[in-house]
Design a protein around this ligand. Structure first.
Ligand SMILES: NC(=O)c1ccc[n+]([C@@H]2O[C@H](COP(=O)([O-])OP(=O)(O)OC[C@H]3O[C@@H](n4cnc5c(N)ncnc54)[C@H](O)[C@@H]3O)[C@@H](O)[C@H]2O)c1
Length: 383
């Protein structure tokens, strides 16, 4: 039985703590929590029969945990994770791995220097059966050469009320971004997991209809190393949003929504269709396979959160079943590279390499923070 602590017991951390405390995670026990807000720590201790510290060092000294779940605001992910790994404590960090790739690379180097520790990241969308199905298709070569990637995520609706809850959210100084780094990081991880990273991005980012300094709308054109093109559109201010990922290849096509995935395989493939066509158009025999989320899974995920599956996988990996780990922490840098490139491209108005130059992105982030400090919206408010 591994001793866990949860660091940051706000909205998400309290959920992780609850899952551990209520013994929903085989092989793991909640030994303590840590929250720098004394009121939160006291409320947590009153509700649970485990201590909640305000001081991480004291907790590490007294509890000597095997593992920690980090659910604190974004800028603290790296310093807290580094401290834990250097003390020999395994880490499951909430997303994003960091705010800047420079920091994620620093954390990855520390993780590499501590192979005795397990390092995971809460990329819970990877447990979505529709995305898992897509991963199997992509890995089996069922798409062939990829021609086009389309990702439309406009179902992250957030009202002004959400932003008015305040704290660290939706600011350059507190969160390091908005829609991209907080919400879309999940789907951007899935995208890179399936097709890898683009080599360049050309992006436009906006703040529309909300009194915030970070973005709530994004349009990106991606170019992939093998020549495929991609489009990524996201918004947090549209009602009846869309959630769609399409990957078109010469051997097959994937069409994945939140709760259903379809794979179309072509016989012969598109190259053959073109090579043998004696008319101006062509077609192939199309076989369709599909996958649904599944009612049982939908219900359990709705009640306990997909995050429970990530936590269970992490605990299993910690107890010897390495293959159960849902996502290695080091992989957190990949979606972050995409996100940093998009911000840099939108801010400079130029096409940007992915990953971007870490120092250039640092300067760009400083400029966006400076805009915010002056009360200026870096990406305008067009509507
Ligand atoms: N995986 C998901 O689906 C998902 C969903 C929501 C939030 N999150 C992530 O969880 C993290 C926390 O988000 P939240 O919504 O719970 O925020 P929150 O503000 O509700 O909670 C954060 C808590 O951390 C405490 N804290 C701040 N700095 C600390 C530090 N250095 N050490 C210890 N405690 C500290 C705060 O007092 C607060 O109680 C973020 O990284 C967020 O992106 C992930």
């Amino acid at each position: 039985m591994k001793k866990f602590i949860v660091i940051g017991v706000g909205r998400m951390g309290s959920r992780h703590a609850d899952n551990l405390y209520k013994k929903r995670v085989p092989g793991a026990v909640l030994s303590a929590a840590v929250d720098t807000d004394p009121a939160v720590a006291e409320a947590f201790s009153r509700k649970h029969s485990v201590p909640c510290y305000t001081d991480l060092d004291k907790c590490l000294e007294e509890i000597r945990p095997d593992a920690a779940v980090i659910a604190v605001p974004h800028y603290d992910h790296v310093p807290v994770a580094v401290k834990l790994l250097e003390r020999g404590v395994s880490v499951l960090t909430e997303k994003p791995e960091a705010v800047e790739i420079k920091e994620a690379a620093r954390l990855n180097a520390v993780a590499a220097a501590h192979p005795e520790c397990l390092f995971g990241i809460v990329y819970n969308q990877r447990t979505n059966p529709c995305y898992k199905f897509a991963k199997r298709v992509a890995e089996s070569g069922g798409l062939g050469n990829i021609k086009r990637v389309t990702l439309i995520i406009t179902d992250w609706y957030r009202s002004q009320h959400y932003y008015d809850l305040g704290g660290w959210r939706a600011s350059w100084s507190g969160e390091g971004g908005g829609l991209l780094i907080n919400q879309c990081v999940h789907q951007l991880d899935v995208l890179q997991w399936l097709v890898g990273l683009p080599e360049s991005v050309d992006a436009a980012v906006y703040t529309k209809g909300r009194d915030i300094f970070v973005e709530n709308e994004v349009s990106v054109r991606m170019r992939y190393p093998e020549g495929a093109e991609g489009v990524f559109i996201a918004s947090a201010h549209e009602l009846k949003g869309t959630n769609l990922l399409e990957i078109a290849g010469d051997k097959g096509k994937l069409s994945v929504s939140k709760y259903r995935a379809k794979y179309y395989s072509f016989t012969p493939d598109e190259k053959q269709v073109n090579a043998t066509a004696n008319k101006g158009y062509g077609s192939a025999r199309v076989k369709v396979r599909s996958k649904r989320y599944g009612v049982f899974r939908l219900l359990t995920d709705a009640i306990f959160g997909q995050q429970l599956r990530v936590l269970k996988g992490f605990a299993r990996a910690l107890n010897g079943d390495g293959a159960a780990l849902v996502a290695r922490g080091e992989e957190g840098i990949r979606a972050l590279a995409f996100i940093n490139s998009v911000y840099l491209s939108a801010y400079t108005g130029k096409k940007v390499c992915c990953p971007p130059d870490p120092a250039e992105y640092s300067e760009c982030l400083d400029l966006m923070k400076a805009d915010e400090a002056k009360g200026k919206k870096s990406f305008g408010n067009r509507i």
